[in-house]
Ligand binder design. Structure first.
Ligand code: ATP
Ligand code: MG
Length: 421
């Protein structure tokens, strides 16, 4: 029979890579919680409408990338392509955001039907945070400082920070007029997508990844030149806080992000080490989103990082991350020893709750078992053979230190291990 394979663009994460994932997850959780963010977990499936209403009908994500289907009741559902919309939906539904300041974080898989390549998958993981009820630029800056601290804790350097302001809705409307006029003058140079977007969502054209469009996009009117005073002050304050905190950044007037809900500050952390998939983390402010999803108007700001891309950076740097080696590897040789091995191991686990112990009972020669003990990277082998069984003893054989083997009473083993591990 032909073996069944995973879906294209959806990865198995194998044991050899898990230490990197656990390291990223634990470090991120610790940093987020140290800033007062609380974890939230929402369903992977949502009503399709949640995403079309929040991310925007005329975005790559909603137009071409969502995994949407009708369930048995005929309702249109989608696998979440991002988490902010779900966070807002849950926050509104459970009254978490009403008249409150809320800091939430999340982690989990997202789904987008993109062309799979290095750093771009159809199921990928994000960890992110959202702060609600805080309209000031200080919170935009706090999230950027938090992410900067995260890179430091993870030992990732060389990331570049780009920021921009999308201003207020009024500023975007004024910019839109001139942008459309400019693009219409160059209508022959627009690709198919941009042609369509000229009417529906011209700002999206600036986010085009088509190299043939870059020259045109580069010369287009810049939204940042249309900011009103309040937006300019907001952005200036973000810049000042970053400068005072010693965080380097560049202002990229063409940074618009791929989702429609942003206003004011947007930012991305970018690396040159991952080819075209260089953005490892992105975020920004979205003051209109909560009302758009049906809640009472509440400001919001957040970010999301791509776990696969961050892990690719961790794996190529020298960061030493490895499995915790077992403390001990228990070898039982012979029928009687094999029967005694697990009860003995359970007693050890009762006495030493942190003990990392592998039991090798059942069939196989002593030699084969010793080989496996060595390969396990355990510090000690515990050997239980016929001889040991008849005297209620057990041999302790250090595997890494070159120290001599010794024999102890089974009764005294837990006490002995306490000093050895
Ligand atoms: P890109 O420009 O690379 O397509 P994006 O702007 O679509 O990214 P966001 O929606 O802001 O990305 O998601 C935040 C982060 O999630 C990105 O910075 C990236 O690290 C990661 N990410 C997004 N899409 C994918 C994907 N298909 N595969 C792996 N990681 C992804
Ligand atoms: Mg994208």
């Amino acid at each position: 029979m032909k073996a069944i394979q995973a879906i294209r663009g959806m990865n198995d994460i194998l044991p050899q890579d898990i230490p990197f994932w656990q390291h990223l997850e634990a470090t991120t959780r610790a940093v987020l919680e140290s800033y007062g963010y609380e974890e939230i977990r929402t369903p992977i499936l949502e009503k399709t409408e949640l995403f079309s209403r929040s991310i925007g009908e005329v975005t790559d994500i909603v137009e071409k990338e969502m995994y949407s289907f009708e369930d048995r009741n005929g309702d249109s559902l989608s696998l979440r392509p991002e988490y902010t919309a779900s966070c807002v939906r849950a926050g509104v539904e459970h009254g978490l955001l009403f008249n409150a300041i809320r800091r939430l974080w999340y982690a989990g898989p997202m789904f987008r039907h993109e062309r799979p390549q290095k750093g771009r998958y159809r199921q990928f993981y994000q960890i992110g945070a959202e702060a609600f009820g805080l309209a000031g630029p200080e919170t935009d800056a706090e999230l950027i400082l938090l992410t900067a601290r995260l890179w430091k804790r993870l030992g990732i350097d060389g990331l570049r920070l780009e920021i921009n302001s999308l201003g207020s809705a009024t500023a975007r409307a004024a910019h839109r007029q001139n942008l459309v006029a400019y693009l219409q003058q160059h209508i022959d140079e627009l690709d198919k997508d941009s042609h369509r977007r000229l009417k529906t969502n011209p700002l999206r054209i600036l986010d085009s990844k088509n190299p043939a469009m870059q020259a045109l996009v580069d010369k287009a009117p810049r939204l940042i030149d249309y900011l009103d005073d309040a937006s300019r002050t907001h952005f200036k304050t973000v810049e000042q806080i970053l400068q005072t905190a010693g965080i380097d950044f560049t202002v990229n007037p063409r940074l618009v992000r791929g989702l429609d809900y942003y206003n004011h500050t947007v930012f991305e952390w970018i690396t040159d080490r991952l080819g075209a998939q260089g953005t490892v983390c992105g975020g920004g402010r979205y003051d209109g989103l909560v009302a758009q999803i049906g809640g009472k108007a509440t400001p919001g700001v957040g970010f999301s990082l791509g776990c696969e891309r961050v892990i690719a950076l961790l794996q190529e740097s020298d960061t030493r991350i490895s499995h915790r080696a077992p403390d001990a590897y228990l070898i039982a040789v012979g029928e009687e020893a094999a029967r005694a091995a697990h009860p003995l191991a359970e007693a050890l686990r009762d006495a030493l709750p942190k003990l990392h112990l592998i039991v090798d009972a059942g069939a196989g020669s002593f030699k084969a078992k010793m080989k496996r003990a060595d390969r396990s990277t355990a510090k000690l082998a515990l050997v239980l053979g016929d001889d040991e069984m008849s005297h209620q003893r057990i041999a302790i054989k250090p595997l890494r230190s070159g120290e001599a083997q010794r024999s102890v009473a089974q009764q005294a083993l837990a006490e002995q291990l306490k000093t050895l591990i």
